[in-house]
Write a protein that binds this ligand. Sequence first.
Ligand SMILES: [Zn+2]
Length: 85
Amino acid sequence: MLGLLEIVIDIFSIFFFWKPKFVQADYFCPQCRQRRAFTRRATNHWFHLSLTLMTFCLWGLVWLPILVRDSRRPFTCSFCGYKKL
Ligand SMILES: [Zn+2]
């Protein structure tokens, strides 16, 4: 029973110490008129997977819209802030 509690605490610490990660890619920026590093926030799949398992797949209903939203999120030029869809 104590082992289970420790696992739950571990999973919650992932949630509380989680910081957004960024995906980086190089694109041509029309505003800078040169190639720049573009970033966008990445989906934390481990976090959502653990929540899905904890809620007996119920969280999957939340995960799916988040997945769709994150995949539509624009890449932003790290230099001028230009958003590329
Ligand atoms: Zn730019």
